[in-house]
Design a protein around this ligand. Sequence first.
Ligand SMILES: [Zn+2]
Length: 241
Amino acid sequence: MKGAYVGIMLVALCAVAEAKPTPPAPIVVIDPGHGGSNLGATGGGGALREKQVTLAIARQVQAALAARGIDAVLTRDDDRTLTLRQRLARAEAEAADAFVSIHCNASPSRSQRGYETYVLTPTGVDVDARALRTDVAAPRPEVDPTVAAMLDDVERGAAQWDAAELAVAMQRRLRAVRGPDGDRGVRQDAQHVLLGATMPAVLVEVGFIDHPAEGRELVDPAVQDQLAGAIAQAIASRLDR
Ligand SMILES: [Zn+2]
């Protein structure tokens, strides 16, 4: 009797083990802003280029995430021109758990400084977004088109909340390394729309490259390392890593 009992217990334990497969490692798409012919903002009389700062930080974010068991894919790992649509297509193709675009700011007065995070939103562009997404997102062949569109909206709604929380986490971590004075908060802007994103998507402006002091800091490898660490921590905290 006892042997049979142990046997049954083992079968039951195996069933439990099979029912809980190890979850796959999260995938994050890191997007270094600009690149190639698109220089982005410049500072220091043109010597400091946003496209170079964003790539340097993105590579360090990738390394910091890898150390935490999170796969990070860069939309570009060299100096090339990419459209917004190509960047998003990459995130969709990877079925990313989050999309983080890295940028530097600039101001007409060249006197502003600080960091801010935008929640990327599909609000108000649903029709165009759906048209654009047809070649990058897997279709739902079994589902009525109206229902599929509704499911897309639900997914985007949930992604919005996650993106807002990721943006808050980003600001909190940046505040810890850059100080509270530069905290410009979480923002939402029609200029920073990410068409059709169904994963949490944010855009972080790490600092003003045209500010005489902050611009020099942004090209300092030690500061880039701090910024990358803060961004990676924020992402990891939202992915429970
Ligand atoms: Zn930019």
